[in-house]
Design a protein around this ligand. Structure first.
Ligand code: HEC
Length: 388
């Protein structure tokens, strides 16, 4: 096979192979992948018989293995359970690219996690590393979260460097902290980084949430010497997110916090009201879990939406403006500031433009709010659902 594995996110087709992988790949790009030709009835029977046997080793039977790979791939879209079963049973490492693709694009958490578990089991760290460094549309964050949900300690060597890499987004690094926090050895490593002062301060919130709620008392006690959750308006430290999600709030009071002291409506629209600096939240209750809502509010940089990255512009006369890019052409750049003001700059007058890892949403909103205010606002957001 002369196609590189990475070049085939989906099924490689007979068309591509017959026409020459490189050429067809160039023509088809990412848009179209030809299907494998369907298996003949005889071949299907062969695979189904194999499935019934235990202890089948296909390593010295390439033809048969090829059939199984094709069969598994054909099941991917329609019967993912069968796809995973075959991939696991026959250790079909050939399907690593398909697994990676599922992790990056599936909307089903169970699929993502099953795929991540298999890739970890196959020990295919190249495939995983490629996935974890794909920052296009935050695919890296999706992959880190999926790997985290496996709670598989063998992922630790892949996650540790992400936490320590200052070049990565806060979203990716915070997700890696949360992922490591799901295993005992991961927590111990995080704690040691905290104790040695090696954890960047923008990751404190994520680290505090996992370490201060550890089931291991010694980890909890040691962490509390270094980490604290931010204080709220009632000057009590915030309870950890895992505790907040258990509380029930008052949605009507939450609506008032949203438009009043919370300042949320200065940046978010709900059903046509409010300003639009950040995303419209009219249907946020269908998009985010309570857990994710708390993180979005309390640690905004940990979950920056790729359409809402903050950019900082520097102009010839020394003006510095931060905001979200609304549009840009060769002639000009339009940027929206945190006050929902749109400013237009001539391209020629711009001397520098930088993407910032920090969300335009303020990092310390909880300072204005009591714990009850916060619980109420999340209750309110949870009621904002897509119409059925
Ligand atoms: C200065 C503007 C600003 C204020 C004030 C603000 N936000 Fe945001 N918010 C943003 C921006 C910009 C984003 C998108 C970038 C990001 O995800 O951090 C965002 C993202 C969010 C998200 C995630 C949305 C998604 O689709 O993932 C939620 C939830 C949210 N904000 C809730 C709130 C609440 C609740 C308040 C008030 C307590 C608030 N925001 C105040 C600007 C703001």
């Amino acid at each position: 096979m002369f196609c590189s594995r990475n070049a085939r996110p989906f099924a490689s087709g007979w068309l591509m192979i017959s026409a020459g992988c490189l050429l067809a790949g160039l023509i088809l790009g990412n848009l179209a992948f030809a299907e494998d030709p369907p298996l003949s009835i005889r071949d299907r029977l062969k695979v189904q018989t194999l499935l019934k046997l235990s202890d089948v080793d296909l390593s010295d039977k390439p033809d048969l293995k090829g059939l199984v790979v094709r069969y598994a791939r054909s099941q991917m879209a329609t019967d993912s359970a069968k796809f995973f079963e075959l991939t696991e049973k026959f250790s079909l490492t050939e399907l690593s690219p398909e697994l990676a693709n599922l992790i990056a694009t599936s909307t089903d958490d169970t699929q993502k996690v099953t795929a991540a578990k298999l890739l970890l089991k196959f020990g295919d760290s190249d495939q995983l590393k490629t996935l974890l460094s794909n920052t296009d549309k935050n695919a890296d964050v999706a992959a880190i979260n999926a790997i985290g949900m496996t709670a598989d300690a063998s992922a630790q060597p892949l996650l540790e460097p992400i936490v320590l890499d200052g070049q990565r987004t806060v979203a990716a690094r915070s997700s890696a902290v949360a992922a490591l926090g799901r295993t005992g050895p991961g927590q111990k490593w995080l704690l040691s980084m905290v104790e040695q002062g090696k954890l960047a301060k923008e990751l404190n919130f994520a680290a505090a949430n996992v370490l201060l709620t550890s089931a291991d008392e010694s980890v909890k006690t040691a962490a509390s010497k270094h980490l604290m959750l931010p204080a709220t308006a009632d000057s009590k430290p915030l309870p950890p997110v895992s505790e907040l999600v258990q509380r029930k709030g008052d949605a009507e009071k939450g609506r008032m916090v949203f438009t009043g002291i919370g300042l949320c409506a200065k940046c978010h629209k709900v059903k046509g009201e409010g300003k639009e600096v950040g995303p419209d939240l009219s249907e946020i209750g269908s998009k985010l879990s309570r857990d994710a809502m708390y993180v979005s509010i309390l640690d905004p940089s940990a979950g920056v939406n790729f359409n809402y990255e903050t950019h900082t512009l520097l102009t010839e006369d020394g003006t510095v403006v931060s905001g979200i890019i609304v549009s840009q052409t060769d002639a000009e750049v339009v940027i929206k500031t945190a006050e929902a003001v749109q400013l237009t700059f001539e391209r020629d007058a711009i001397t520098g433009m930088k993407k910032s890892p920090i969300s335009l949403m303020p990092q310390d909103l909880q300072k204005q709010l009591t714990v009850d205010n916060l619980v109420d606002v999340v209750e309110y957001l949870s009621t904002l659902k897509k119409p059925e």
